[in-house]
Design a binder for this molecule. Sequence first.
Ligand code: HEC
Length: 218
Amino acid sequence: MKIKHNMLKMFMKMVPVLGAGIYFSLLFSSCTKNNPDSSGVEYMPDMYRSPSYEDNSVNPNFADSMTDRRPVTGTVPVGFWPDPFPNTPDGWTAARQYLKDPYPATAEVQDQGKAIYGIYCVHCHGKEGEGDGPVGKKLPGPPPPYSGPQLKSYTEGEIYQVLEYGGAYGNNLMGSHASQLTVDERWKLIRYIQVLQHHGDNDNAGGNATSASAAAAK
Ligand code: HEC
Protein backbone atom coordinates (compact mmCIF):
# COMPACT_ATOMS: atom_id res chain seq x y z
CA MET A 1 0.00 0.00 0.00
CA LYS A 2 2.75 2.37 1.01
CA ILE A 3 4.80 1.78 -2.13
CA LYS A 4 1.79 2.28 -4.38
CA HIS A 5 0.98 5.53 -2.62
CA ASN A 6 4.53 6.83 -3.16
CA MET A 7 4.48 6.00 -6.88
CA LEU A 8 1.20 7.86 -7.28
CA LYS A 9 2.70 10.86 -5.51
CA MET A 10 5.72 10.82 -7.84
CA PHE A 11 3.49 10.60 -10.90
CA MET A 12 1.39 13.54 -9.74
CA LYS A 13 4.55 15.61 -9.41
CA MET A 14 5.62 14.76 -12.93
CA VAL A 15 2.32 15.73 -14.60
CA PRO A 16 3.15 19.44 -15.04
CA VAL A 17 6.62 18.58 -16.39
CA LEU A 18 5.22 16.08 -18.87
CA GLY A 19 2.47 18.51 -19.91
CA ALA A 20 4.98 21.28 -20.52
CA GLY A 21 7.12 18.89 -22.58
CA ILE A 22 4.22 17.94 -24.87
CA TYR A 23 3.16 21.58 -25.16
CA PHE A 24 6.59 22.83 -26.22
CA SER A 25 7.25 19.97 -28.62
CA LEU A 26 3.94 20.75 -30.38
CA LEU A 27 4.65 24.47 -30.33
CA PHE A 28 8.04 24.14 -31.99
CA SER A 29 7.12 21.43 -34.45
CA SER A 30 4.32 23.62 -35.86
CA CYS A 31 6.87 25.86 -37.61
CA THR A 32 9.58 24.44 -39.79
CA LYS A 33 12.80 26.34 -40.22
CA ASN A 34 13.08 25.64 -43.97
CA ASN A 35 9.81 27.15 -45.04
CA PRO A 36 8.32 29.94 -42.94
CA ASP A 37 5.10 29.76 -45.01
CA SER A 38 4.57 26.12 -44.05
CA SER A 39 1.92 25.39 -41.52
CA GLY A 40 4.16 22.68 -40.04
CA VAL A 41 3.49 19.00 -39.67
CA GLU A 42 0.59 17.90 -41.81
CA TYR A 43 -1.42 14.78 -41.21
CA MET A 44 -1.68 13.00 -44.59
CA PRO A 45 -0.43 15.88 -46.81
CA ASP A 46 -1.79 14.26 -50.01
CA MET A 47 -5.21 15.18 -48.73
CA TYR A 48 -4.34 18.88 -48.98
CA ARG A 49 -1.83 18.99 -51.79
CA SER A 50 -2.30 17.36 -55.17
CA PRO A 51 0.90 15.85 -56.50
CA SER A 52 -0.08 16.92 -60.07
CA TYR A 53 1.32 20.09 -61.65
CA GLU A 54 -0.93 23.15 -61.73
CA ASP A 55 -1.68 25.00 -65.01
CA ASN A 56 0.96 27.60 -65.86
CA SER A 57 3.36 26.27 -63.25
CA VAL A 58 7.05 25.46 -63.71
CA ASN A 59 7.67 21.83 -64.57
CA PRO A 60 11.08 20.18 -64.19
CA ASN A 61 10.02 17.20 -66.33
CA PHE A 62 10.18 19.11 -69.62
CA ALA A 63 13.20 20.78 -71.22
CA ASP A 64 11.27 24.06 -71.67
CA SER A 65 10.01 23.79 -68.04
CA MET A 66 6.39 24.53 -69.07
CA THR A 67 3.54 22.46 -67.66
CA ASP A 68 1.15 23.54 -70.45
CA ARG A 69 2.02 21.57 -73.58
CA ARG A 70 1.34 22.60 -77.16
CA PRO A 71 -1.01 20.34 -79.18
CA VAL A 72 0.80 17.68 -81.18
CA THR A 73 1.53 18.99 -84.70
CA GLY A 74 -1.22 18.06 -87.14
CA THR A 75 -3.91 17.51 -84.48
CA VAL A 76 -7.07 19.58 -84.07
CA PRO A 77 -8.18 20.45 -80.52
CA VAL A 78 -11.68 19.25 -79.62
CA GLY A 79 -14.34 21.87 -80.42
CA PHE A 80 -12.12 23.83 -82.80
CA TRP A 81 -12.17 23.71 -86.56
CA PRO A 82 -9.81 25.80 -88.67
CA ASP A 83 -11.68 28.02 -91.14
CA PRO A 84 -11.50 26.17 -94.44
CA PHE A 85 -12.80 29.28 -96.24
CA PRO A 86 -10.33 32.06 -95.47
CA ASN A 87 -10.66 35.66 -96.62
CA THR A 88 -8.69 35.11 -99.84
CA PRO A 89 -9.87 34.93 -103.49
CA ASP A 90 -9.53 31.12 -103.34
CA GLY A 91 -11.39 31.02 -100.00
CA TRP A 92 -14.28 33.02 -101.47
CA THR A 93 -14.42 30.89 -104.61
CA ALA A 94 -14.54 27.70 -102.51
CA ALA A 95 -17.12 29.14 -100.09
CA ARG A 96 -19.30 30.25 -102.99
CA GLN A 97 -19.51 26.67 -104.15
CA TYR A 98 -19.12 24.44 -101.11
CA LEU A 99 -20.24 26.30 -97.98
CA LYS A 100 -23.83 25.20 -97.38
CA ASP A 101 -26.59 26.34 -95.04
CA PRO A 102 -27.42 23.54 -92.56
CA TYR A 103 -30.94 24.93 -92.04
CA PRO A 104 -33.78 24.01 -94.38
CA ALA A 105 -35.56 26.86 -96.18
CA THR A 106 -38.75 26.46 -94.12
CA ALA A 107 -41.12 29.27 -93.19
CA GLU A 108 -40.13 28.82 -89.55
CA VAL A 109 -36.40 29.33 -90.22
CA GLN A 110 -37.13 32.22 -92.60
CA ASP A 111 -39.21 33.90 -89.89
CA GLN A 112 -36.37 33.54 -87.39
CA GLY A 113 -34.01 34.96 -90.02
CA LYS A 114 -36.39 37.86 -90.61
CA ALA A 115 -36.29 38.74 -86.91
CA ILE A 116 -32.46 38.80 -87.01
CA TYR A 117 -32.58 40.89 -90.20
CA GLY A 118 -34.83 43.38 -88.38
CA ILE A 119 -32.15 43.85 -85.70
CA TYR A 120 -28.90 43.91 -87.69
CA CYS A 121 -29.57 44.71 -91.34
CA VAL A 122 -32.85 46.52 -91.98
CA HIS A 123 -31.63 50.03 -91.12
CA CYS A 124 -29.16 49.89 -94.03
CA HIS A 125 -30.62 47.34 -96.43
CA GLY A 126 -34.28 48.34 -96.03
CA LYS A 127 -37.44 46.41 -95.33
CA GLU A 128 -37.56 44.64 -98.67
CA GLY A 129 -33.78 44.50 -99.11
CA GLU A 130 -33.84 47.30 -101.66
CA GLY A 131 -30.95 49.16 -100.05
CA ASP A 132 -33.22 52.00 -98.92
CA GLY A 133 -33.06 51.71 -95.13
CA PRO A 134 -32.91 55.04 -93.23
CA VAL A 135 -29.14 54.62 -92.65
CA GLY A 136 -28.43 52.99 -96.00
CA LYS A 137 -29.99 55.91 -97.89
CA LYS A 138 -27.53 58.33 -96.26
CA LEU A 139 -24.42 56.30 -97.09
CA PRO A 140 -22.16 57.63 -99.85
CA GLY A 141 -22.86 54.39 -101.74
CA PRO A 142 -26.18 52.89 -100.62
CA PRO A 143 -26.37 49.05 -100.53
CA PRO A 144 -27.48 47.51 -103.83
CA PRO A 145 -30.80 45.60 -103.73
CA TYR A 146 -30.45 41.89 -102.91
CA SER A 147 -32.74 41.11 -105.83
CA GLY A 148 -30.74 43.27 -108.26
CA PRO A 149 -28.11 42.10 -110.73
CA GLN A 150 -25.16 42.47 -108.30
CA LEU A 151 -26.47 40.43 -105.37
CA LYS A 152 -29.18 38.14 -106.72
CA SER A 153 -26.70 35.44 -107.66
CA TYR A 154 -24.87 35.48 -104.29
CA THR A 155 -24.87 31.92 -102.95
CA GLU A 156 -25.49 31.06 -99.31
CA GLY A 157 -21.76 30.39 -98.83
CA GLU A 158 -20.86 33.76 -100.31
CA ILE A 159 -23.30 35.62 -98.06
CA TYR A 160 -21.79 33.73 -95.13
CA GLN A 161 -18.36 35.07 -96.10
CA VAL A 162 -19.81 38.60 -96.21
CA LEU A 163 -21.12 38.20 -92.65
CA GLU A 164 -17.81 36.71 -91.49
CA TYR A 165 -15.39 39.12 -93.20
CA GLY A 166 -17.45 42.01 -94.60
CA GLY A 167 -18.30 42.82 -98.19
CA ALA A 168 -15.88 41.95 -100.96
CA TYR A 169 -17.55 44.28 -103.42
CA GLY A 170 -18.21 48.04 -103.41
CA ASN A 171 -16.85 50.61 -100.97
CA ASN A 172 -16.40 48.18 -98.08
CA LEU A 173 -19.16 49.93 -96.18
CA MET A 174 -20.50 46.49 -95.35
CA GLY A 175 -18.49 45.48 -92.29
CA SER A 176 -17.96 42.07 -90.71
CA HIS A 177 -20.82 40.94 -88.48
CA ALA A 178 -18.84 38.05 -87.00
CA SER A 179 -18.85 39.53 -83.50
CA GLN A 180 -22.60 40.24 -83.54
CA LEU A 181 -24.02 37.03 -84.97
CA THR A 182 -23.51 33.43 -83.88
CA VAL A 183 -22.96 30.88 -86.63
CA ASP A 184 -26.55 29.63 -86.15
CA GLU A 185 -27.97 33.13 -86.42
CA ARG A 186 -26.02 33.76 -89.63
CA TRP A 187 -27.40 30.67 -91.33
CA LYS A 188 -30.99 31.46 -90.30
CA LEU A 189 -30.52 35.03 -91.48
CA ILE A 190 -29.17 33.79 -94.82
CA ARG A 191 -32.37 31.81 -95.40
CA TYR A 192 -34.23 35.12 -95.14
CA ILE A 193 -31.77 37.00 -97.38
CA GLN A 194 -32.55 34.34 -100.00
CA VAL A 195 -36.22 35.27 -99.70
CA LEU A 196 -35.27 38.89 -100.33
CA GLN A 197 -33.07 37.92 -103.28
CA HIS A 198 -36.26 36.69 -104.92
CA HIS A 199 -38.31 39.65 -103.83
CA GLY A 200 -40.22 40.99 -106.82
CA ASP A 201 -39.78 37.81 -108.90
CA ASN A 202 -43.00 37.61 -110.82
CA ASP A 203 -42.20 34.67 -112.98
CA ASN A 204 -39.37 32.17 -112.97
CA ALA A 205 -38.17 33.10 -116.42
CA GLY A 206 -37.50 36.69 -115.33
CA GLY A 207 -35.68 35.55 -112.18
CA ASN A 208 -33.47 33.12 -114.03
CA ALA A 209 -32.61 35.65 -116.68
CA THR A 210 -31.49 38.14 -114.01
CA SER A 211 -29.33 35.65 -112.13
CA ALA A 212 -27.81 34.29 -115.34
CA SER A 213 -26.81 37.77 -116.45
CA ALA A 214 -25.45 38.53 -112.97
CA ALA A 215 -23.36 35.37 -113.06
CA ALA A 216 -22.09 36.26 -116.51
CA ALA A 217 -21.18 39.76 -115.32
CA LYS A 218 -18.90 38.38 -112.57
C1 HEC B 1 -24.04 50.15 -91.98
C2 HEC B 1 -24.96 49.75 -92.98
C3 HEC B 1 -25.07 48.25 -93.26
C4 HEC B 1 -25.49 47.25 -92.39
C5 HEC B 1 -25.89 47.38 -90.94
C6 HEC B 1 -25.49 46.04 -93.16
N1 HEC B 1 -25.05 46.28 -94.44
FE1 HEC B 1 -24.83 44.90 -95.89
N2 HEC B 1 -24.07 46.33 -97.13
C7 HEC B 1 -23.99 47.68 -96.84
C8 HEC B 1 -23.46 48.38 -97.99
C9 HEC B 1 -23.24 49.88 -98.12
C10 HEC B 1 -23.19 47.40 -98.98
C11 HEC B 1 -22.61 47.59 -100.37
C12 HEC B 1 -21.14 47.26 -100.32
C13 HEC B 1 -20.29 48.46 -100.11
O1 HEC B 1 -20.62 49.54 -100.58
O2 HEC B 1 -19.24 48.31 -99.46
C14 HEC B 1 -23.57 46.13 -98.39
C15 HEC B 1 -23.44 44.91 -99.02
C16 HEC B 1 -23.93 43.72 -98.55
C17 HEC B 1 -23.84 42.47 -99.26
C18 HEC B 1 -23.06 42.26 -100.55
C19 HEC B 1 -21.61 42.17 -100.10
C20 HEC B 1 -20.51 42.34 -101.09
O3 HEC B 1 -19.92 41.36 -101.48
O4 HEC B 1 -20.21 43.48 -101.33
C21 HEC B 1 -24.50 41.53 -98.49
C22 HEC B 1 -24.69 40.06 -98.83
C23 HEC B 1 -25.00 42.21 -97.32
N3 HEC B 1 -24.63 43.53 -97.38
C24 HEC B 1 -25.73 41.61 -96.32
C25 HEC B 1 -25.99 42.22 -95.10
C26 HEC B 1 -26.65 41.54 -94.00
C27 HEC B 1 -27.17 40.12 -94.03
C28 HEC B 1 -26.69 42.44 -92.97
C29 HEC B 1 -27.23 42.23 -91.57
C30 HEC B 1 -26.42 41.35 -90.76
C31 HEC B 1 -26.06 43.68 -93.42
N4 HEC B 1 -25.67 43.48 -94.72
C32 HEC B 1 -25.91 44.81 -92.66
C33 HEC B 1 -24.37 48.29 -95.68
C34 HEC B 1 -24.79 47.62 -94.53
